[in-house]
Design a protein around this ligand. Structure first.
Ligand SMILES: [Cu+2]
Length: 551
């Protein structure tokens, strides 16, 4: 567990071109962060999983050995652009093959962005079972389930769930702070503390409030901002903030930190009877004094509105738009009666050949044809240098946090909660003087947002909802970014990356269907999700086990 307060004074701007090697055995352990014992996915037996802590300029070599025995794995580094290293981005079946039990896999990349990031499994809802952690020491907040992800996922995507619960998502059982509850942070009066706060959860948004202490926001999602004082923070899954907290001048008493999941995102019919949606931690000024009772948090609706934050390094509006894309988000049962999620009526299904390998192996004269990536990868080929405008229209009644790999994006406009998004227009000026930027944005139910980014990072960049259930339900689009330039980069696919594919019999060349003779022949490409989705499990259970205890 992290006692992770960093004194601002210790934030020395250190740069070094060092190489940091991590050797991680991914293995099962048991933990009871909220008193309930359950299997968790650990790093070298350690859970919560350790932080990756590196200075800017450092090279990270992360040697992963999958010792889970019953599940495959893959790791994504959320917020890192992986410029020139798309093969290290991590999404299984997109940038790599799943790592089989017993296999090794090396991620090797340079950190060239300051800020707050995190890592998580990017395969089959696996990060719900605990394989997630910070890149830098932080205060993490997260939702927590008592049931294991494969069981929950299989039930979530089953026709039975559609019939009984309208396809509702499994609801977490608890909220955690730094993978625990009742953590204590020792505080010295008069000092200013820097907290990097990450929502590493898989579904719920979290409100964070320090009793009688304001927070001054200075960074969000890797984008440093002009200081902005708030009394309460709101983080969707995957969002990050760095805040400064000024300690009181005296140690007259101790204070509570309360973290709370709003219940509005959960379907009432499947909320567990013993849901604990609050967690408490403490600012301890004086060990001899008692700890306060946690205060009742009153949610400041969508507090604060992140569109008002001003980047510390304002960048001019990306203009003119050369590739406008409109995504209409919807949910509904497919013809197998599974509750699926759609961008423009297309539900994402992983293809036979990982998309990066299709892009690397395609003949140059066809690599820019989106068809070769398979219609159900929801492919968009973006030419180098393009200015892309994403207009995302959420026709669902619930809010969704959308994340773009390999970039941050400019947020030009977003409709407020409860406002019809179809009339959204780009304002003539921005509250912060320049468009706000981040890599994960909440789009309210029935609302919309307009985002822009520049195609300057050849590789495969996913755009998806960061609610892990919705990833599995297909709420993902694939940007094939500058494939001609990508081929010219000469990416080296390491031997152990190839071996993971050989082991699973996954082809590393060809179109989405694995066809290398006729690249326009997509027969055999994956178009439907499996009727039973057991996530990262290698062997499906003999008998179908429904996660009925949870529902
Ligand atoms: Cu979603």
């Amino acid at each position: 567990m992290f006692r992770s307060i960093l004194l601002l004074a210790l934030q020395v701007a250190a740069t070094s071109a060092s190489t940091v090697v991590y050797n991680w055995n991914i293995e099962w352990a048991t933990a009871a962060p909220d008193g309930f014992h359950r299997p968790v996915i650990s790093v070298n037996g350690q859970w919560p999983c350790p932080a990756i802590e590196v200075n800017i300029g450092s090279r990270v070599i992360l040697n992963v050995v999958n010792r889970l025995q019953n599940e495959t794995t893959a790791v994504h580094f959320h917020g890192l652009f992986q410029t020139g290293s798309s093969q290290m981005d991590g999404p299984a079946r997109v940038a790599q093959c799943p790592i089989s039990p017993g296999s090794s896999f090396t991620y090797n990349f340079t950190i060239n962005q300051p800020g707050t990031y995190w890592y998580h499994a990017h395969i089959g809802a696996q990060y719900i079972d605990g394989f997630r952690g910070p890149i830098i020491r932080v205060l993490t907040v997260e939702d927590w389930y008592h049931e294991q992800a494969p069981l929950l996922l299989e039930y979530y995507q089953s026709p039975l769930n559609e019939d009984l619960h309208g396809g509702a998502e499994p609801v977490p059982n608890a909220t955690l702070i730094n993978g625990a509850q009742n953590i204590q942070f020792p505080i010295t009066p008069g000092r200013t503390y820097l907290f990097r706060i990450i929502n590493i959860g898989s579904f719920a948004a979290q409100f964070v409030q320090f009793e009688e202490h304001d927070m001054t926001i200075v960074e969000m999602d890797g984008v440093y901002t002009k200081p902005y004082k708030v009394s309460q923070l709101f983080l969707t899954a995957a969002q990050r903030y760095t805040v400064l907290v000024k300690a009181k001048p005296t140690n007259s008493r101790n204070f509570a930190i309360v973290v709370s999941m709003p219940l509005g995102m959960f379907a009432p019919s499947v909320i567990p009877s013993k849901l604990n949606n609050n967690a408490t931690a403490y600012l301890v000024y004086d060990n001899a004094k008692s700890l306060p009772e946690p205060f009742m948090m009153t949610y400041q609706d969508s507090a604060p509105d992140d569109l008002v934050f001003a980047p510390y390094d304002p960048q001019p509006l990306l203009d003119p738009v050369t590739v406008p894309i409109t995504f209409t988000i919807s949910f509904g049962p497919n013809n197998q009666n599974q509750n699926r999620a759609y961008f423009n009526n297309i539900s994402f299904t992983p293809q036979k050949v990982p998309t990066l390998y299709t892009a690397l192996s395609a003949p140059p004269d066809i690599v820019n044809d989106p068809k070769i990536y398979g219609p159900n990868s929801n492919p968009y080929v973006l030419p180098y240098g393009a200015i892309v405008q994403l207009t995302v229209i959420n026709t669902d009644s619930g809010p969704h946090p959308f994340h773009l790999h390999s970039h941050d994006f400019q947020v030009l406009a977003r409709s407020p909660p409860g406002v019809d998004g179809t009339t959204l227009v780009i304002p003539s000026s921005f509250p912060g003087g320049a468009p706000m930027r981040r890599d994960t944005i909440l789009i309210y139910g029935g609302g919309a947002a307009i985002l822009r980014f520049k195609v300057d990072n050849p590789g495969i960049s996913l755009f998806h909802c960061h609610i892990e259930w919705h990833v599995e339900a297909g709420l993902t689009a694939t940007f094939i970014e500058a494939p001609t330039q990508l081929q010219q980069l000469g990416l080296v696919i390491p031997r152990n990356h190839k071996e993971t594919c050989y082991k699973l019999g996954i082809p590393m060349s060809g179109n989405a269907a694995g066809n290398t003779d006729d690249w326009t022949d997509l027969r055999g490409a994956n178009t439907e999700p499996p009727l039973q989705n057991w996530g990262a499990l290698v062997m499906r259970p003999r008998k179908r086990q429904l996660a009925r205890r949870h529902f």
